[in-house]
Design a protein around this ligand. Structure first.
Ligand code: CTP
Length: 451
């Protein structure tokens, strides 16, 4: 768990440095004409919103504020109205404002939405797409960039539920500033203090600057540009089992449902990737907006994968059958007499992960494999990473008692060249969102390929 929290926090820091670096350039200093929609959540840090508004206005930005019910316990909508020179809004069902302004219009008119402070509760609502007040309805309706400044008690920040929500939001393209470490209003010490207004201001300037730099896409790292860090990237994902025919009516297969591979394809699509999903026989619907190539056998899967190359990132999540019948019978095999043993000769299937991991011009720059194990999980996964030449291995325990095979939950260990991270149990969708956010980040950090 400690490893997990620090890993996530490192990621934060990388993003902050990125944003601050952009802010250091003069493209974000002047905010003339920029419209910020500021959502003030509940929490003692809400008092800092006054200073943030003041500083934004000094730079020429216009600010409209939405105050959540909790936020209104700490700052009054009236004070924010005075400072912003626009009526601060509170409730979704204030019919007059809904008629005049509307939550869709509020989002449409903004260049950037800033949530400061964002409580653990508000983050959870955002991650789950709840929209039961004006602030969350705007956040769900918007296609604008959203910057979030979390503020909460250190234990709430470190709780796996909050960390899962953060991973989901990151995968959705939400950007974060802070939190800082320090003494809290509750008397505890640790991570969770809202970033200072000056830091939030720099992050805003960085994002507005990056927005303006959009046409120069080639020169700027993708993740600094948009909430779709895999836009323009081709992702190749294998999923599901394979079926290896014995005769026209029988086959060798395994219990894989394809849930994890399909969740990865959806998560990759959500991050803007162009996705090819090569899937063995599953009963799942095809993920929307994804190119799906359906295959039965390991040989067909290998051929489909090779035909789909080149790819920037490949994830082999399929549970490929290791063996196939050495001779597929053209007719249904007949039973022998009772008491007579039947022997089935098996031949090893090609290893798709090992094949695409081989160094060469068509090797995807990031190759991720899975290791489904029932014993010596980490040791086997480490050995598998080296043996197959993958960059990362997602190790999961598929011992029948875990319910991972075919179920909706998973618990994985991420084995990279730097070590092993233990992730808490989570749904396969959450794992996918989190792994893809991680892969996008790692991909952005790779040096450009020599082309
Ligand atoms: N894999 C593959 N082609 C195969 C077998 C496995 O691409 N013929 C990939 C899987 O998609 C997964 C990784 O290799 O990403 C490991 O799969 P796993 O079933 O755990 O390992 P095996 O290769 O079967 O090794 P072992 O039997 O020793 O566990």
């Amino acid at each position: 768990m400690a490893g997990l929290v620090s890993a996530i926090h490192d990621f934060d820091m990388v993003e902050n440095v990125d944003v601050q670096h952009k802010a250091g350039q003069d493209d974000g200093e002047n905010m003339n004409g920029k419209r910020i929609l500021l959502i003030v959540g509940g929490g003692i840090a809400a008092y800092k919103s006054h200073e943030l508004v003041r500083r934004l206005k000094e730079r020429g930005a216009s600010v409209r504020a939405i105050v959540t019910k909790g936020g209104a316990e700490f700052v009054t909508p009236l004070s924010l109205s005075v400072l912003t020179e626009e009526k601060a809004l509170t409730e979704l069902f204030d019919l007059k404002d809904e008629a005049e302004i509307g939550h869709i219009r509020l989002s449409r008119e903004a260049d950037l939405i800033v949530v400061a402070p964002a409580t653990a509760d508000l983050l959870a609502k955002m991650a789950h797409g709840l929209a039961d007040d004006l602030a969350t309805a705007v956040l769900l309706a918007t296609d604008k960039r959203v910057l979030v400044a979390p503020a909460m008690n250190v234990r709430m920040w470190e709780h796996p539920a909050t960390q899962r929500n953060l991973a989901t939001l990151r995968a959705d393209g939400i950007r974060f500033v802070g939190p800082d470490e320090g003494e809290m209003a509750c008397g505890e010490f640790g991570l969770g203090r809202m970033a200072e207004p000056a830091t939030i201001l720099e992050a805003i300037a960085g994002l507005l600057g990056a927005e303006e730099a959009r046409p120069a896409a080639k020169a700027t790292p993708l993740r600094a540009l948009s909430g779709l860090p895999l836009r323009g990237r081709h992702m190749l994902i294998t999923s599901g089992p394979t079926q290896e025919p014995i005769d026209p009516v029988r086959y060798i297969a395994n219990r894989s449902s394809g849930k994890q591979g399909h969740a990865l394809a959806r998560a990759a699509k959500a991050l803007g990737a162009d996705v090819t999903l090569v899937s063995g026989p599953v009963t799942l619907p095809d993920p929307q907006g994804v190119r799906v190539v359906k295959v039965d056998t390991a040989h067909e899967m290998l051929a489909a994968v090779q035909a789909a190359l080149p790819a920037d990132i490949a994830i082999c999540a399929a549970a490929v059958a290791d063996w196939r019948a050495s001779d597929e019978a053209p007719h249904k095999l007949k039973k022998l007499h009772q008491g007579t043993e039947t022997t089935l000769a098996l031949t090893l299937n090609p290893d798709i992960l090992a094949t695409i991991s081989k160094p060469g011009p068509s090797r995807p720059r990031l190759v991720i494999g899975f290791a489904a194990e029932t014993e010596n999980l980490i040791e086997n996964a480490r050995a598998k990473r080296l043996r197959k030449g993958a960059d990362w291995i997602v190790a999961n325990d598929v011992w029948p008692g875990t319910g991972a095979m075919g179920g909706d939950q998973t618990q994985i260990h991420l084995v990279t060249g730097d070590g092993v991270e233990d992730w808490p149990p989570m749904s396969k969708d959450e794992m996918a969102a989190r792994l893809l956010a991680r892969a996008a980040d790692a991909f952005a950090a790779l040096r450009p390929a020599a082309e």
